[in-house]
Design a protein around this ligand. Structure first.
Ligand code: MG
Ligand code: MG
Length: 258
């Protein structure tokens, strides 16, 4: 179902998504070689509960944790564990909260220590593909305009776009309509109306676009073992320019000090 929000509801969604942004910054401050993904998960859960919210993913469709932590060739939906981050890893941290009944959802891919230049380039292109997609989230455009912009940017770097997972509407439910694929044709798909709120979340692979689900039933990996990156914004569709409900500024303040 697609639910167009009122202006007041967009502000409630902004509060939820700002809390996700701050939670990811709290996680960012603890990312280093030797930390376990379970420790990051605990930090996030405590931070969210301390701010009067609930972890949005924990228990969602049976997912066991607060964060999805996806390392290197893991695309998304990695389950926090005793795995200790190593120098040279990259990790996508995806976080959801429920604040006053409204969902926030955002993801950021972090470098752990010294990451190979070709992997940093994958991260840069993935981030740029998100920004390119978000610029199209304006009233009167269609979902395909976002999809096309993401795909064009990612493929211009020589990368492939994951097809098996897509972005989504967000509101009282974590996943609402419409689906927001990261590939597609300009001018196609659902029309973007003012105050539609969507999550745009490119998952971009260095090698094959194909993915497989690990035997835990959750972790999605690349088909060839090459790395994947993932960034996600919640965006309210507005006239003329998109209204980003997510900000990466808190994360980047933390990263710049390191
Ligand atoms: Mg999402
Ligand atoms: Mg997410």
């Amino acid at each position: 179902m697609i639910y167009i929000k009122t202006d007041a509801e967009v502000e409630l969604l902004r509060e939820a998504n700002q809390l996700v942004s701050k939670t990811l910054a709290e996680v960012a401050a603890h990312i280093r070689p030797g930390v376990t993904t379970r420790q990051l998960d605990t930090i996030a859960e405590e931070f969210i509960r301390d701010h009067g919210a609930l972890p949005g993913f924990k228990g969602y469709a049976g997912f066991p944790n607060t964060l999805c932590t996806s390392v290197n060739d893991e695309v998304v939906h990695g389950i926090p564990s005793d795995y200790e981050l190593r120098d040279g890893d990259i990790i996508s941290v995806d976080c959801g909260v429920i604040l006053n009944g409204w969902n926030g959802d955002s993801a950021y891919t972090f470098a752990v220590g010294d990451v190979k230049p070709e992997v940093l380039r994958l991260m840069e292109y993935t981030r740029a593909s998100l920004e390119a997609g978000a610029r199209e989230a304006i009233a009167g455009n269609r979902v395909g305009d976002i999809s096309h912009a993401v795909q064009t940017k990612a493929e211009s770097g020589g990368y492939s776009v994951v097809r098996t997972l897509v972005g989504h509407g967000i509101g009282k439910h974590l996943h609402e309509g419409p689906e927001v694929p990261n590939y597609g044709k300009r001018g196609s798909g659902t029309r973007l109306d003012r105050n539609l709120v969507i999550c745009i979340e490119p998952m971009i692979n260095m090698g094959t676009k194909n993915t497989r689900v690990q035997s835990d039933g959750w972790t999605v990996r690349t088909g060839d073992g090459k790395p994947s990156a993932h960034y996600e914004y919640a965006v309210a569709v507005r006239e003329g320019k998109p209204d980003l409900l997510t900000t990466f500024e808190y994360i980047e303040e933390v990263l710049i000090k390191r």
